[in-house]
Write a protein that binds this ligand. Structure first.
Ligand code: ZN
Length: 80
């Protein structure tokens, strides 16, 4: 199973994170492969992110909690 940063085509990588406050973002580490699920609304609150930030910009900031490797967004759960 490969990883993709295309979010399975939905939502688009250029979508604004504020539209997905109630969703979970699935992030896979590109180094150790660990997967984490992050609640998008909580992340916006905790890091005081601009809700108009786009997913592909957010991906640049993600780091694996285990090894510090770069995270890749592989999907969003709870999106409809
Ligand atoms: Zn890692």
């Amino acid at each position: 199973m490969g990883s993709s940063n295309l979010l399975d085509g939905r939502p688009a990588p250029v979508a604004q994170i504020g539209q997905f406050c109630g969703c979970l973002m699935v992030v896979a580490c590109s180094r150790c492969g660990k997967r984490n699920r992050l609640h998008i609304g909580r992340m916006i609150d905790r890091h005081r992110l601009d809700p108009s930030t786009r997913f592909h910009r957010l991906a640049d900031r993600l780091r694996c909690a285990t090894c510090g490797g770069e995270g890749q967004i592989t999907g969003v759960e709870g999106w409809r």
